[in-house]
Write a protein that binds this ligand. Structure first.
Ligand code: ADP
Length: 361
């Protein structure tokens, strides 16, 4: 019987997972990858094997009441059916916030879970769902080792100067500081650079993670030096529905002049801004690229402009730039956006190989 490890990324309305089997040489190999999306609305379960062949495609009736625990049971049942001859030996969870304590993955026990629960107010839209995943697994397999892997951990290598806001010291001591997110994505990129682009691995690189959430990270010799996201995942670039960097005075004004309370401002800044807010059309870059509405063009222009501006700032943090890496949905699949970003970054010595860019998606 072979062993398997399950990795889980539990979001607000989705459960993404991968199954890795340990083969004969004990190196984990991807066996299946999938997701249950639309939890709370129209749930749909899809998974494929390592070659991309579909293993399951199941729809559930529209349902606002079933949450993560129910769908963990669905997933558990499917895993037993699909991998009956395999022994599940552990679960790794993507956890958005590890606070100041965790600079690497940690085995979860009740004390760790309590610490991570205390961080929920710092990432209210992600952390509770991530932790629901841990609790759901513990409920049906309490003895199974579970490990938390943090989106903040990679950024704990920041130099001290990049770790402060200019607030009175006591707020820093209370944990109000720039943490940075998307760390698992950046850590992966830093890990593959020695193979994919050895000339950059020891150098100064900015990685642009451009997905629904978007941020950029300055990496020197494989370590995070600074990033565009801060205390929350709202800061920095403009995103699908999040505003990105905003004068804090705007928040005060929204409260006083528009009478929006904290919850209403939170909803606005996380869900109604960014590409969606500026275009008034869609939060999806594909829709905007396909549209001939001038508001779509304006939203894309602002997206690209902000990337260029942050690239300049991160280049300053690195004292120069040797390379720019793109990742996530827009970064990996949109040659047009990569081209526009690189065109703006010509002054930094960035040169784009047009043929390679176009063949890369
Ligand atoms: P998430 O942060 O939800 O994981 P992804 O990394 O999947 O997001 O990125 C989602 C974004 O990628 C969406 O804005 C989507 O429009 C965009 N995207 C996906 N494919 C393409 C494409 N071919 N061209 C442009 N944008 C794309």
């Amino acid at each position: 019987m072979s062993d398997a490890v399950l990795t889980i990324n539990a979001g607000s309305s989705s459960l993404k997972f991968s199954v890795y089997e340990t083969g004969e040489d004990d190196r984990p190999a991807l066996a299946a990858k999938g997701q249950i999306e639309g939890i709370g609305t129209s749930p749909r379960f899809t998974a494929a094997d390592a070659a991309g062949r579909s293993l399951v495609e199941r729809r559930f009736p529209d349902d606002r009441t079933s949450g993560h625990p129910e769908f963990f049971r669905v997933l558990g049942g499917w895993l037993r059916e699909q991998f009956g001859g395999t022994e599940l030996i552990g679960v790794g969870h993507r956890i958005v916030h590890g606070g100041v304590d965790y600079a690497k993955p940690v085995r979860i026990d009740p004390a760790v879970l309590e610490k991570l629960t205390a961080l929920c107010p710092l990432a209210p839209l992600h952390q509770p769902h991530n932790l629901a995943g841990i609790r759901a697994v513990a409920a049906f397999r309490p003895e199974l080792p579970q490990v938390a892997c943090f989106d903040t951990a990679f950024h704990r290598a920041h130099p001290e100067v990049a770790d402060w806001y200019a607030l009175p010291r006591r707020f820093h001591d209370d944990g109000i500081r720039p943490y940075g997110f998307h760390g698992l994505s950046y850590e992966y990129i830093a890990g593959v650079l020695p193979e994919t682009a050895p000339e950059l691995a020891a150098g100064r690189v900015v990685v642009a993670h451009l997905g629904s959430g978007a941020s950029m990270c300055a990496i020197r010799a494989g370590r995070s030096i600074d990033s565009t996201m801060g205390f929350t995942a709202l800061d920095g670039l403009l995103m699908g529905t999040r505003c990105g960097a905003l004068d804090p005075g705007v928040v005060l004004h929204l409260n006083r002049a528009y009478r929006l309370d904290a919850d209403a401002i939170e909803r606005l800044l996380y869900h109604d801004c960014g590409l969606k807010g500026v275009s008034g059309i869609s939060n999806d870059m594909r829709d905007l690229l396909a549209s001939d509405d001038p508001r779509a063009a304006q939203a894309i222009e602002l997206f690209v402009y902000r990337i260029g501006r942050e690239l300049g700032a991160l280049t300053a943090a690195l004292d120069g730039l040797d390379g720019l890496v793109f990742t996530a949905g827009i970064g990996e699949r949109s040659a047009a956006i990569r081209e526009r970003v690189c065109a703006r970054a010509g002054w930094l010595g960035i040169e784009l190989d047009d043929a390679a860019n176009r063949s890369g998606g």
